[in-house]
Design a protein around this ligand. Structure first.
Ligand code: PLP
Length: 469
């Protein structure tokens, strides 16, 4: 046997030889039943004393890596070691097993005019009020002698959310039904855990929100996309066999239309008939710009079929990681248990602070202000888009902080052209599983009013100019 051993690292030579042999065993360079060189021969080859080799062998024999067979020498034991002949010699440097990575977004290139979808403007947050709220929360926390929090959230915040949903979303709800989560994303994850398993069928909108699809896929479900038209998701196309149906009724993500009332009623009726859980993701329904909005789907839910998901990511800041689920009665226990298993309970300080922000009226004032500011930005965006009717057709934008446009007769290489624009912008492709019609998602939350026109100009120019042209 020619065994190449490198005695690197620190410590006595006996230990370095031991480590080198062990690496060779774990890497699979020495395999079961292989005979090791006699101690004298290896010692001579490596320029070591024989006793050094004997001690290294003895240690590996004691650990079960090697076996001594009287009269015939030292052999590699039959251990079924998890070895790979391809992996590198350093522990932890091999590629390791390949776990499935859920697909969510393509890469977002940041820079220039910021049209990133659904992103808010941190400069407009009510920082002084938040500072006061956090200070109060710190005082409360210091005075609280309980050790662990409640998996469903801080009582004051649950009450504040229930109250807010009543006046803002026409959704009467009791604090006991509110589960405070780490963003809407954890709400989705918990709902999937209690309701979706391998082989189940989950229906989502096509186009739709990639992180939702990914959560269900990771549970082993078959996820089917249901087409969307100008009235929202085509309810009659949802397969009967679905266990869960994920929808965005207030502001379809990403196209923007609300789900019509007749479709809402049909959805609830079918959910009852086929025993579906409906997940209503109301991620930015607070911002609405024209007429009286349709209230939350959950407000029509007499049969406890709808789990309502909300988030503070769009109304305050995504870094808060605060969202909530209004739990259908039948899932309260299961969701509470799932939350306990997932992470025990949520960050206490942020929850207390947010409860104060709501309780003091600062949150409602902030929302009213943002509503005015975002309305201005949306109007500015629509005006700027109207300057280039040959480039695109904006879809109606009655709510939220983004809008979608369909491109008109784009050049075949429009995606490459778009990439040259001095702007952060997503093509609608990212939200389709199948073929996507050419289009863009334009967020207007983080773009100051004065930048809207120039930003749209930059997009129009890039789309009209061949790269390098
Ligand atoms: C459709 C949709 N749902 C939910 C969210 C919010 O997720 P989270 O509360 O986890 O930040 C977003 C944010 O981009 C979204 O676009």
């Amino acid at each position: 046997m020619r065994l190449h051993l490198t005695l690197d690292g620190d410590g006595p030579r006996r230990d370095r030889l031991y480590r080198a042999l062990r690496r060779a065993l774990l890497d699979g360079r020495l395999v079961a039943d292989e005979r090791l060189p006699p101690s004298r021969a290896l010692a001579a080859e490596l320029g070591l004393g024989r006793q050094t080799v004997v001690e290294a062998y003895e240690r590996l024999i004691a650990e079960g890596f090697l076996a001594a067979r009287t009269g015939s020498g030292t052999f590699v034991a039959r251990l079924n070691l998890p070895v790979s002949r391809e992996s590198g010699p350093t522990a932890g440097a091999g590629p390791g097993p390949h776990w499935r990575t859920p697909a969510t977004w393509g890469e977002v290139r940041l820079g220039g005019y910021n049209f990133a979808g659904g992103v808010t403007d941190p400069a407009l947050l009510p920082w002084p009020a938040w500072r006061r709220a956090v200070q109060r929360a710190l005082r409360d926390q210091a005075a609280d002698t309980t050790l662990y929090g409640d998996p469903v959230g801080q009582p004051a915040l649950r009450a504040g959310i229930a109250d807010y949903l009543g006046y803002s979303r026409g959704l009467p709800c009791r604090p006991e039904s509110v589960l405070v989560t780490q963003g809407a994303q954890q709400g989705l994850d918990l709902l999937a855990r209690v309701r979706v398993g391998p082989g189940d069928l989950v229906a989502v909108e096509e186009p739709g929100y990639p992180p939702a699809r990914a959560v269900f896929e990771q549970r082993g479900a078959t996820v089917v996309g249901v087409p969307v038209d100008e009235q929202g998701v085509c309810v009659d196309r949802i397969p009967e066999r679905a266990t869960l149906v994920y929808v965005t009724p207030s502001h379809q993500f990403p196209l923007g239309m609300p789900l019509s009332l007749s479709r809402r009623l049909a959805l609830l009726e079918r959910a009852n008939r086929h025993d579906w859980l409906i997940v209503e993701d109301d991620y930015d329904g607070e911002y609405r710009f024209e007429g009286r909005p349709l209230e939350a789907l959950k407000s029509l839910d007499r049969d406890q079929r709808v789990a309502y998901l909300g988030t503070f990511s769009k109304v305050l800041h995504p870094a808060l990681r605060l969202g909530y689920v209004v739990m259908p009665e039948g899932l309260r226990q299961a969701l509470t248990g799932a939350r306990r298993l997932a992470d025990g309970y949520g960050g206490d300080l942020n929850q207390r602070a947010l409860a104060h922000l709501i309780g003091q009226g600062d949150f409602a004032r902030h929302l009213q202000r943002m509503q005015r500011i975002y309305q201005r930005r949306r109007d500015a965006l629509r005006e700027a888009l109207a300057v280039h009717p040959e480039r695109w057709r904006p879809l109606p934008a009655l709510a939220g902080i983004h809008l979608a446009v369909r491109l008109r007769d784009p050049a075949p290489d429009w995606r490459r052209r778009l990439a040259t624009a001095d702007a952060t912008v997503l093509a609608l492709d990212d939200f389709y599983q199948g073929e996507a019609p050419p289009g863009l998602l334009l967020g207007f939350g983080a773009l100051p009013d004065s930048a809207v026109g120039p930003g749209v100009g930059a997009l129009a120019r890039a789309l009209g100019t061949p790269p390098g042209g």
